[in-house]
Design a protein around this ligand. Structure first.
Ligand code: FAD
Ligand code: SF4
Length: 511
């Protein structure tokens, strides 16, 4: 062995050029380490999902004829740190002349690998992960000198560059963005396909984690782990999405429902973030399916989906790399409150919160609007410290890696970056939740009441948020209408709302 090549748990990219030829002098190294299981308190399904997918990937590499070293968490030689294990391997394999690393996506991992690489006497070669459509430095490259970036400008540039949904340099359908067509509530008679769930036996991994004392959150069914753990299964999930869900994806993208935990969402983020799937193959598959079924699937549905992958996902990563490390400590509203205890149990009378949290604990998944407009919205209205909000989102979701979790949470959801990512804070009263879901119909609280014992907490907390951040918000042109609505309310009305909000804030843990 003359070359060690490290494959991290989120670098399971079978299409990477590393794997194109068999090099018997190269050893691929994969490792399960406490450093990664313990940097946040993760959902058990998240750790199991990553380890199961890594194990499968290592087996596939071996079967294809590559040399592979796989260190499981309980391996006696495991030093429980990526760099310590690499150093130990270099000692055991003294003929090694080169270590190959793929550029990691998380700042934390980048820092420890860079520091380690700087101390080695062997050559360290860095490679692109060959996954994303854009580079880490894309914002500087495309918009030099600018500090404010709009997702829409970025997205158009990616469309032009890739040619996706383009015809003669023009967007197909005559518009770049069909977002306005994509905001419907789920009608009563609408059929929703049952999600495709896998059924893996992962008892061995669970037993290993228990024995090692790894602390986790959430539930898991040891004999029926539902997430894809291989490229083949990830592609099956993609096929299932385009054939059954794409048709209604955009239309009900913002809808929420007590009976359906994933509605028409793809549930592909785990496969994408581990790189079992590439963003290119996902959009190309979806576009080709739409082209062959354009009588059934309209342009708004396909555009809505493509925008998430080549627009939002790439933009989020670009923002992360443009603003780290400072981004991780931003706290625009100086929020300090602790996260209410029901974020860890789902035990609250607010049905929208209970449902969104319970399904997160059960499946390690909630869809975008639940994350943004239910749990995220409430945390912001309850003045929760963004550090605590971040830790929760980073732990609970199967797809949570800091490069994508942090800008979505701190930026888009908590507005802690003061407007770097979102053009206004995503907060709402109960009426938005009522408009987009059936939660309020079954809730202990009354969405139509603004004050009083059974009044929906989102209502008074929303106006409390507007009032307490009035000055900061008044600099935002998009909030002019809301602020003037607040101004126009009579004094008693305002006082009642603020009193109700204070009452709720004082008993936030028992709502
Ligand atoms: P779909 O709704 O089917 O969308 C398809 C794909 O588009 C997703 O798989 C994802 O790859 C991409 N996508 C859509 N929106 C976003 C977005 N805002 N940012 C990045 N990619 C996007 N996504 C993560 O992958 N990891 C996270 O840790 C994460 N944390 C979030 C935290 C908050 C507070 C919010 C509001 C959003 C977060 N998101 C995160 C974005 C989004 O909610 C998830 O990507 C999505 O819910 C995953 O489910 P899906 O595959 O069914 O997505
Ligand atoms: Fe949520 Fe309020 Fe509706 Fe209850 S009434 S589900 S708390 S928005």
């Amino acid at each position: 062995i003359t070359t060690l090549a490290l494959v991290l748990g989120d670098q399971l990219n079978a299409g990477h050029s590393w794997f194109k030829t068999i090099d018997r002098n190269r050893l691929f190294v994969l490792m399960e380490v406490r450093e990664e299981t313990d940097y946040a308190k993760h959902h058990i399904q998240k750790i199991v999902g990553f380890f199961a997918a890594m194990r499968h990937f290592a087996q596939a590499l071996s079967a294809a004829g590559h040399h592979v070293c796989y260190l499981s968490l309980d391996d006696p030689n495991n030093r429980q740190s990526v760099t310590k294990n690499l150093s130990a391997l270099l000692q055991r394999l003294p003929r090694t002349r080169q270590v190959q690393l793929q550029q990691p996506d998380e700042y934390r991992v980048d820092e420890y690998l860079q520091a380690w690489a700087g101390q080695q006497s062997v050559e360290v070669q860095w490679y692109d992960s060959e996954h994303f459509l854009t580079q880490r430095s894309v914002l500087n490259d495309w918009f030099p000198g600018k500090e404010n970036f709009l997702m829409e400008s970025f997205y158009r540039r990616v469309r032009q560059q890739t040619g996706y949904l383009m015809e003669n340099d023009k967007p197909i359908g005559g518009k770049w963005n069909f977002d306005k067509d994509n905001r419907n509530k789920l009608p009563n008679q609408q059929d929703v396909a049952k999600p495709l769930l896998f059924s893996h036996n992962v008892s061995d991994i669970i037993a290993m984690l228990k024995k090692a004392g790894v602390e986790t959150i959430g539930d898991i069914e040891p004999q029926r782990f539902i997430w894809p753990t291989s490229r083949l299964e990830s592609r099956q999930l993609l096929d299932f999405f385009v054939e059954n869900l794409l048709e209604n994806f955009g239309r009900y993208q913002d809808a929420m429902h007590t009976e359906y935990w994933s509605l028409f969402h793809a549930r592909l983020s785990f496969s994408l973030n581990t790189k079992m799937l590439s963003p290119r193959e996902v959009v190309e598959k979806a576009i080709s399916y739409w082209q062959n079924n354009s009588s059934r699937i309209n342009i708004a549905q396909i555009e809505g989906f493509v925008r998430q992958i080549i627009g939002w996902r790439e933009f989020i990563r670009a923002i992360y790399w443009h603003h780290m490390p400072d981004y991780s400590t931003t706290n625009f509203f100086e929020n300090k409150a602790p996260l209410p205890s029901y974020y860890w149990t789902g035990k609250t009378h607010m049905l929208c919160m209970a449902k969104s949290i319970q399904q997160s604990l059960e499946f390690s998944y909630a869809h975008h609007i639940q994350r943004l407009m239910i749990t995220g919205n409430f945390a912001l209205l309850a003045n929760v410290n963004p550090d605590e909000v971040d830790a929760w989102y980073l732990g609970i979701y199967i797809d949570a890696l800091q490069w994508v979790e942090l800008p979505n949470t701190r930026g888009m959801s908590q507005f802690a970056d003061g407007g770097v990512l979102a053009t206004k804070p995503y907060v709402s009263s109960g009426s938005y939740i009522n408009k987009m879901s059936n939660y309020c119909q079954h809730c202990h609280y009354d969405v139509n009441q603004r004050v009083g014992t059974n009044s929906c907490p989102f209502n008074s907390l929303y106006w409390h948020f507007i009032d307490s951040h009035y000055e900061q918000l008044s600099k935002n042109a998009r909030l002019g209408l809301i602020l003037s609505q607040w101004d126009k309310r009579d004094k008693t009305d305002k006082q009642e709302l603020l009193e109700q909000a204070r009452l709720y804030l004082n008993q936030i843990d028992s709502l």
